[in-house]
Every structure is written in C-alpha cells, then in structure tokens.
Design a protein around this ligand. Structure first.
Ligand code: SF4
Length: 170
C-alpha cells in the first residue's frame, strides 16, 4: 500500500491570494471566513454572474476551481474579474488553470481575462517559463498554509476593500 501523502490542494482562488496577501491566503485556506462579505466582493460576484449569461458555461477543474467559460477547440479559456486586484494575482490564477488543464491533456494555449467594469480584456499566452512559475507558486502557497499561524497583519493598500478588513484591523 502506498502511503505517500498527497500534496496540499491549492485552489485557483488561493493562487490569486498568494499574490494579493499571504495572510489572506492562510485565513482562507484554513476555513476562516469573514461573517459578512463586504460590498466590493458582492459586486464582483454579481458582475461575474451576470456579464456572460448567454455564453456562460463553467468548466470544473478537479478540486482547484472553475473556469468561467472556454472555447476549447481554439485552446482558449475565459475568466471574468472585477478589477482592483493586483494584475499579477489574476495572471497567476489563470496561469494555474492553464497549467492544470495542460497537465490533464487539455490543449489550452491562452487565457482571456475580462474586466467588464473597465470594458477591457487581458490576454495571457502560455509560454515555456510558466511551468516553473506555477510550480514555484505552488511551493510558496503550500509553505504558507503549512504554517501553524497566519502571517502577521501588515497593512496593504487594498486592505480597505478586503473582506477580512474588520478581522485584521480589529
Ligand atoms: S485585510 Fe489586508 S492584511 Fe488582512 S487579509 Fe485582507 S489584505 Fe490581508
């Protein structure tokens, strides 16, 4: 019998949190949820739910998350975001989705991130460096969530829009 422990699952949302705030990553991973999501979070979800109603077709990626919709014959996945997260976080999340799909034999090459509020899109094209970037992100995220306590609170410029703001600043 093989008792090799499975590596900790890191979701796409957590991958984004790695690039937003390590404390947020730890809190979320350990099931600590703010009692009431703040308005920005609720608005963001509303945009995600309503923008692509007609073409919406989510694709579940195992335990790591859900792609909003995809054009698989063209190797493209789509994500909808409210902006105001660091761009690097959005990129890290879709890069992780591309990596996961490719490693499961799905030949995706590009991700398009939609920012409906700003009426703009960003395109991420898979390249040869991304395997290493995703693996480095996974190592960092797993190291953080393996700690017995969350990283210390350090104010960040997006704290005021964070659902954990009250918790962190109490
Ligand atoms: S309030 Fe600030 S420090 Fe606390 S989890 Fe959110 S972003 Fe991180």
């Amino acid at each position: 019998m093989n008792h090799t422990p499975q590596p900790t699952t890191i979701t796409g949302t957590e991958m984004a949190y790695l690039h937003i705030c390590r404390r947020k990553l730890w809190l979320f991973h350990h099931g600590i949820r703010p009692e009431n999501e703040n308005t920005a979070v609720q608005i963001g979800r509303h945009i995600g739910e309503s923008t692509f109603k007609r073409t919406h077709k989510e694709i579940k990626l195992g335990d790591i998350g859900v792609v909003d919709w995809a054009e698989l014959p063209h190797g493209v996945i789509h994500e909808t975001k409210k902006a105001k997260c660091p761009m690097q976080a959005d990129i890290a999340q879709v890069r992780y989705y591309l990596w996961w799909m490719r490693s499961h034999g799905i030949g995706v090459e590009r991700a398009i991130i939609h920012y409906p509020k700003q009426k703009r899109t960003t395109e991420i094209v898979w390249d040869g460096t991304m395997d290493e970037q995703v693996e480095a992100d996974l190592t960092s995220a797993r190291n953080i969530v393996a700690q017995p306590a969350p990283p210390e609170f350090q104010p960040l410029k997006w704290c005021k829009r964070c659902a954990y703001a009250e918790f962190c600043m109490a």
